[in-house]
Design a protein around this ligand. Structure first.
Ligand code: SAH
Length: 460
């Protein structure tokens, strides 16, 4: 991605503290740390940062409107950020997923022997799909498996195939403010900074190496700038035709739909896959309650794991309808078909205050981010406390609570301590089974990027 011709490169000097932080790998330079610049910068242009000895320190995307003034793309040895560099940078992020989701890299799904299973669900588009991923991924797949028949299936991870996952996780993959998720053959690129907006053409070139259908999603904070200054709308297509309905993909062999055009995040909560797998392994014979269920991700895994019943609670009727459709998509899985299920459309805070008519053996508590900004942290801690206590009161003897938080402003240590304290206060004996953090396709390399944590507590 070339810097505009003729005008001198945008050069910045930053405070000594910011210099050390960037050197240590932090991806942001705040406006308050900028000590000087050679000219006003434009949205999305490359800013070159020099250290106090006038040596190259880093280069990044400039955003004149954000307190995060520069998002670092490259640090260390100076290098031209030319087309070849961007391509290498792109492939490096994709290559980090190598080996995580075997069996679906650039090969026709029909070749892999799954066409039958998929077409039964009426998901015809899956059958003929082709999805060329990065060359290195394709190579690793081909060298890993002699052909794409039986060997590939036998080499599948025990959980089954996954065709929905994160390909690029923003800053932590070297692509600040940019997320790329894949749902089968549909890619969803979500931008969290307006600095990418002038570079959409160049991004499209890179995206073309991956697939023919790419949806653009915008975070709420940049939607107005995108519309007014760039004529770009949330949910518009970058490549190909808009899907007519939700996109169907596989996660651990289960079928789910993703509302890629309007759904939360990029259409599905891909970040909870590993916790869902744990829940599946814990569900056999248990009555399961899924609080803040969204489209029933945890509920489906619990059902496949042999739950005695699953109750999904969410405030959104749309989310619960999606959960119903997800159950329907998996009715050919015997355990899913056999599992009694129900939904309750309710505010979980109120629902938990109602006199407990029933108790459960396994409760998943996965609320939305309760602290969206630092100032909301204390209130969020109180809200988590109420939820944890309310959920624990609904647990049977030997019941397991799986409690997650996705608030970046509440640290993992604080959330785990809060859960342990609520468990102590319950007066019941308990054991800690597990704590988890980010999934491998959602790597995090800097403190502000950490948000997801989950604790598993078994009560006596
Ligand atoms: N566990 C889900 C993701 C949860 S996202 C998964 O694995 O996919 C948070 C969900 O909480 C959303 O579906 C939202 O509709 C719901 N929600 C938000 N506030 C709520 C409330 N007060 N009561 C019930 N549901 C709520």
């Amino acid at each position: 991605m070339s810097v505009q011709a003729k005008i001198p490169a945008l050069r910045l000097r930053v405070s000594a503290a910011a210099e050390s932080i960037v050197r240590a790998g932090h991806p942001w330079v705040f406006a308050a740390s900028v000590r000087g610049q050679n000219r006003p910068g434009k949205m999305g242009e490359l800013a070159v940062i020099y250290d106090r000895h006038d040596e190259f320190l880093a280069a990044g995307l400039f955003d004149p409107d954000s307190p995060i003034r520069v998002r670092i793309l490259h640090k260390g040895k100076p290098e031209p950020l030319n087309r070849a560099w961007w391509r290498r940078h792109w492939e490096a992020a994709l290559a980090r997923r190598e080996g995580l989701f075997e069996g679906h890299c650039g090969l026709r799904i029909a070749d892999c022997g799954f066409a039958g299973a998929v077409s039964e669900a009426g998901v015809s588009e899956l059958v003929s799909s082709e999805f060329p991923l990065a060359d290195s991924l394709i190579r690793s797949f081909r060298t890993g498996f002699a052909d794409c028949g039986l060997e590939a299936r036998q080499a599948m991870p025990v959980h089954g195939r996954t065709t929905g996952y994160r390909c690029i996780n923003g800053e932590s993959d070297g692509w600040p403010g940019l997320v790329l998720d894949r749902y089968d053959t549909t890619l969803v690129m979500k931008l969290y900074t307006a600095a990418w907006l002038p570079r959409l053409g160049e991004l499209e070139e890179l995206l073309a190496t991956l697939g023919d259908r790419v949806v653009l999603r915008l975070s709420r904070n940049i939607a107005a700038t995108a519309r007014e200054e760039f004529g770009i709308e949330d949910g518009q297509m970058l490549r190909g035709m808009a899907p007519e309905g939700p996109v169907v993909f596989l996660e651990s062999g289960l079928r789910f739909e993703a509302d890629v055009l309007r759904g939360q995040k990029t259409g599905f909560f891909l970040d909870q896959r590993e916790n869902r797998r744990h829940v599946e392994s814990l569900a056999a014979g248990r009555r399961v309650l899924n609080l803040f269920s969204y489209s029933g991700g945890f509920s489906l895994y619990a059902a496949r794991g042999g739950a005695a019943g699953v109750c999904s609670v969410d405030i959104s009727p749309r989310a619960l309808e999606a959960a119903e459709r997800n159950f329907a998509l998996n009715r050919d899985v015997p355990a899913v078909a056999a599992c009694p299920r129900e939904t309750a459309q309710a505010d979980v805070f109120c629902w938990l205050r109602e006199p407990a008519a029933r108790r459960f053996d396994l409760i998943v508590l996965d609320p939305p981010a309760l602290a969206k900004r630092a100032s909301e942290r204390e209130e969020a801690m109180r809200a988590y406390s109420r939820l944890l206590t309310g959920a624990m009161a609904r647990l049977n003897r030997n019941g397991m609570l799986v409690a997650a938080s996705c608030s970046a402003h509440v640290s993992a240590v604080d959330f785990f301590d809060l859960a342990r304290e609520a468990a102590r206060q319950s007066g019941r004996g308990y054991e800690e089974w597990l704590t988890t953090r980010h999934a491998p396709d959602h790597p995090v390399t800097y403190a502000e990027g950490e948000y997801l944590k989950c604790i598993y507590l078994r009560f006596r």
